[in-house]
Write a protein that binds this ligand. Structure first.
Ligand SMILES: [Zn+2]
Ligand SMILES: [Zn+2]
Length: 316
């Protein structure tokens, strides 16, 4: 809540209001107090994370190894307002094993105090310069970022990776991505743990599972723009129902297999199964695990796959 909304609140409750300067003073005090609490909470979270990881991998945890803890984290940004115009944004590092937040960084491209001095800046640039020097010298300026809202997430990630060792004695060496890899790329480029230490990206399974449906729906939409009907109703059409079923098979194939080649086989098996007709069974891919709903159905078909299926060969 800013000074202006606080004023409104007071008006509605018929309360005396604070001058915006006193409001700012109180807000700063509150902010620095919550900052202290935040650091305590993050250190405690880091201790817990360290313990949990030590349980999994005791050799790393032994104090004589002097190794910092290497963990997998997920990283995401959020903004005060939606759309890409927000003046305030934050980035968050979360440990994947425990789900605890390890670090967060708030970015603001706005400072109320500076905003209040806009008139002074125009009329008395000299006086403004004096004020600004004082303001910045105190570390009182809230503005810590200059750029677009989207870049906030990227910038915050660099700050948190750069301070992970100093802050928690940890390296965030694996990033579970939500598909948007701008922050990941920035962190990789920065090489926060030295030139030889690589940071890996792993995709979030829930997001990957949504991809097939998106691709197929786009395909139908694109084709219909070019006056080719893939969707619609009836047998042999790429209907919403078929897309939904393919997505379910796709999700299952990813969740139930460990290696990417097994996943690939299971995914292709489901696709070929969907193409198969009574007179033309496609059984090129039959997963080894008979528990797959798809493969049970597939094994009933004994005939050979006849040739490439045009749109799958280009889109998968
Ligand atoms: Zn300022
Ligand atoms: Zn996700």
């Amino acid at each position: 809540m800013g000074a202006h909304s606080f004023q409104k609140l007071c008006e509605n409750f018929d309360l005396p209001c604070l001058h915006h300067k006193s409001f700012q003073l109180q807000a700063d005090k509150l902010y620095s107090d919550t900052n202290k609490v935040r650091d305590v909470v993050f250190s405690k979270a880091a201790e817990l994370v360290r313990k949990e990881h030590a349980k999994l991998n005791p050799s790393v945890a032994a104090p004589e190894t002097l190794m910092d803890t290497r963990i997998a984290v997920s990283y995401d940004g959020s903004w005060l307002t939606r759309g890409h115009t927000s003046l305030i944004g934050l980035g968050c590092v979360i440990d994947v094993l425990t789900g605890l937040v390890l670090d967060a960084h708030v970015m603001s491209s706005y400072c109320q105090a500076c905003e209040n001095k806009k008139a002074l800046q125009k009329e008395h640039p000299g006086k403004f310069a004096d004020w600004e020097r004082h303001h910045l010298g105190l570390g009182a300026c809230d503005k810590n970022f200059d750029g677009t809202a989207a870049m906030m997430e990227v910038h915050a990630s660099k700050i948190m990776w750069a301070r992970s060792i100093r802050k928690h004695d940890m390296r965030y060496t694996i990033v579970v991505s939500d598909g948007d890899s701008k922050a990941f790329n920035a962190v990789c480029e920065m090489r926060p743990y030295g030139p030889d230490s690589v940071i890996d990206k792993q995709d979030c399974i829930n997001h990957v599972c949504k991809r097939l449906g998106t691709v197929l729906r786009n395909l139908v939409a694109d084709a219909s723009k070019r006056k080719i009907t893939l969707g619609g109703r009836g047998a042999g059409r790429l209907t919403h129902n078929i897309i939904r079923r393919l997505s379910i098979y796709f999700t299952r194939a990813i969740r139930r297999n460990d290696t990417s080649s097994e996943m690939r086989d299971a995914i292709m098996a489901s696709a070929y199964h969907m193409f198969s007709r009574d007179e033309n069974h496609n059984t090129t891919y039959v997963p080894k695990d008979p528990l797959h709903g798809v493969s049970i159905m597939l094994q009933r078909h004994k005939m050979q796959y006849q040739g490439p299926i045009p749109f799958f060969s280009t889109h998968l």
